[in-house]
Design a protein around this ligand. Structure first.
Ligand code: UDP
Length: 316
């Protein structure tokens, strides 16, 4: 197959490039490099089946030749990014998805939307299954991400219903692994880098909010299976092992063997406004329709991730 991956130089996108190349396909990674990095695809330079196009998907997308699949992962990935680039976040979710869908229609390619657990907002149903419509504040600081992804899901279904595009929607829950940005502000890189540098781990507020963390190879396996399935309705992919952020801080210290302190911080900016109090995927649909569930234990995934950051931060 010939596959376009938008956001292909990003964290998850670059792992998908690796996976599809390993399966013998031709991969075109497209990225504007705002949050993606050529470091993530440097090992693919010169690969005969890999191509990179620097392009912002909110502008018209032009790709020569046939395409069998368009995987649309381009997005601003972290809450700190949405705060710093709110308009770009809305544009890539809305206009970028429109351009990517238009391309898939023109090329008669199968389309994947990388959606998010953020469509559930601060959920009133727990764990979250795909039939839950969510609890999103449209005018809060996270609304730029949440609403653009909700719009993107609606647009994807409209292209499916009106234009018969063969579409898939994956709702990605917190995912971690090598190639996350050390400074993206999310809890996994923050805690690991703080631990490795001997700094205090910054637990926001009282650390009682919950998340569940999925290792990137598990997510990639789920996405590949989703593309092979005929599941048009959204599917959650994530790890249902839920824990509080305070517990997570302790796991990071145990895995890295670091002796940093844990400090409770009350951010003065808007980064924790509308922060979901709980989050955990119901993965029943992925289990029954894709035969998928995560297999990498948290400790193992965190070890690999810490190893990556040790190199990245020059601490080896
Ligand atoms: N968080 C924290 N300390 C940090 C970064 C994040 O306590 O240094 C908290 C954040 O408030 C949220 C959770 O960790 O409750 C997960 O945040 P993240 O930014 O990773 O992603 P989210 O799941 O909110 O999209």
């Amino acid at each position: 197959m010939r596959i376009l991956i938008t956001g292909g130089a990003g964290f998850i996108g670059s792992h998908l490039c690796d996976r599809y190349l390993a399966e013998g396909h031709e991969v075109i990674a497209m990225d504007n490099l705002r949050t993606g990095s050529t470091d993530n695809i440097a090992h693919l330079a010169g690969h005969e089946r890999f191509h990179f196009i620097k392009h912002d998907v909110t502008d018209y997308i032009y790709v020569t030749g046939p395409l069998d699949m368009v995987l649309h992962l381009a997005s601003l990935p972290s809450p700190v990014d949405y705060l710093n680039y709110p308009i770009q976040t809305l544009k890539v979710g809305a206009m970028g998805t429109h351009k990517a869908l238009g391309l898939a229609l023109y090329k008669k390619a199968k389309f994947l939307l990388a959606s998010t657990s953020e469509v559930y907002g601060d959920p009133l149903i727990h764990p979250q299954d795909e039939d839950y419509w969510g609890n999103v504040n449209p005018v809060g600081p996270r609304g730029v991400y949440d609403e653009s992804k909700r719009f993107a899901e609606a647009l994807t279904m409209a292209y499916h219903r009106y234009h018969n595009v063969d579409t898939r929607i994956v709702r990605i829950f917190n995912t971690y692994g090598p190639r996350m940005r050390a400074d993206d502000g999310r809890v996994v890189p923050n805690f690991i880098c703080q631990a490795l540098r001997g700094e205090s781990l910054t637990v926001y507020d009282d650390g009682s909010r919950t998340r569940s963390f999925c290792y990137v190879s598990d997510l990639v396996e789920g996405i590949v299976r989703l593309m092979e399935s005929d599941a048009v309705d959204p599917i959650n992919l994530g790890n249902p092992q839920e824990m509080s952020i305070l517990e997570f801080a302790r796991v990071v210290l145990a895995v890295t063997g670091c002796t940093s302190e844990i400090t409770f911080v009350r951010p003065q900016d808007e980064r924790t406004r509308d922060d979901p109090q709980v989050r955990c995927p119901d993965i029943g649909r992925a289990q029954s329709q894709l035969g998928w569930e995560p297999v990498i234990p948290l400790e193992e995934g965190l070890k690999h991730t810490a190893e990556y950051f040790r190199h990245k931060l020059g601490l080896l």
